[in-house]
Design a protein around this ligand. Sequence first.
Ligand code: NAD
Ligand code: TYD
Length: 365
Amino acid sequence: MLNNRRCYLVTGGAGFIGSNYIHYMFRKYGNQIHIINVDVLTYAGNLENLKDLEKWDNYTFIRADITDKEAISRIFSEYDIDRVVHFAAESHVDRSITNPEVFVRTNVLGTAVMLNCARDAWELPDGSYRENKKFLHVSTDEVYGSLPDDGESFFRETTPYQPHSPYSASKAGSDMLVKAYMDTYHFPANITNTSNNYGPYQFPEKLIPLLINNALQGKDLPVYGDGRNIRDWLYVDDHAKGIDMVQEQGRLFETYNIGGHNEKRNIEIVHIVIETLLELLPEDDPRRKNVSTDLIRYVGDRKGHDRRYAIAPDKIKAEIGWEPETTFAEGIKKTIRWYLEHQDWLKGVTSGGYQKYYDSMYGNR
Ligand code: NAD
Ligand code: TYD
């Protein structure tokens, strides 16, 4: 607690889900919480996502690498952390296929460092923990592998892990470490495994923002393989709400799957993005002429491409009362509207210009 405010250490808060989560938490709790955002700012971390918070005395940004033990333990000794919400990760499957090592380093070693530092700060000499301290590890449904294309089978908390990509293997490793800490040290944690997120602030190398960005510029819309792979899309604010509900209302030591109940084939997503762009762009907007199904290009498939992901979010609904609130029709409109209204953000991200932002904002601090 800091000035009677519950103190959060959020890792990876400058990324897509982390920055949406931080905004969600301040909308919900305002002055009652203090958030310390710890992020090393890789290509995926963008402080512009949070620039409206910079002057707040209950928001603190610390640039640090989660694999750096000294830096992380210093944060735990400087602040009395009540909650850890651990997002920081290398998160893009395609990048993991070309460069797996950094995924192991950040996702596995980084999680081990976070767990160790939290345990050091929270554990009492008798092996119990200081009151009301909790760690939430944010993970993915990709650890469960791939489902048959039957529309009937679903990932559940009891589904055995069968990761295929280096990304999902490294996330599975990080989940196992959290489970090991809970089993070995009775460490107070939860794990959430979540389906594909979409919404504002997503880096445009992931499917939905890539389609929006390319279509507006009249660039090809690359569809891997036959385009019939299925993902279960969840609006990012619904995910943020689910994380908070699990941490405050869930049973400690439990895993909860958070899913969108919203399965779509990739090619359906491509068509929906094109239709929604045409619906939202004003008649006289010159970019309208770029947006067309003629841009669709089937390209070679991703290596080891998982066919279908789908979560049955029954446990979180029954125990905590969470369920997805945003329909895809609503969420995709909000998302596309956000990208249309934040073209500077998109330009900054695609040009790498955002990386200069840190120096201008924080360079001389
Ligand atoms: P992201 O790539 O947008 O953000 C990751 C953030 O972590 C970035 O700000 C980056 O700078 C930071 N980071 C990376 N390495 C770091 C390090 N060594 N030290 C400190 N910070 C570091 O990712 P995202 O899409 O926001 O995903 C966040 C979390 O949610 C990840 O753990 C991911 O596995 C999980 N997840 C994502 C999805 C999804 O659809 N995006 C779905 C389920 C679970
Ligand atoms: P992605 O957004 O990378 O998320 P994930 O691999 O974690 O599910 O990809 C979502 C789906 O879209 C996946 O089946 C791969 C496919 N895809 C394409 O068809 N074209 C693309 O350019 C990208 C980035 C992804």
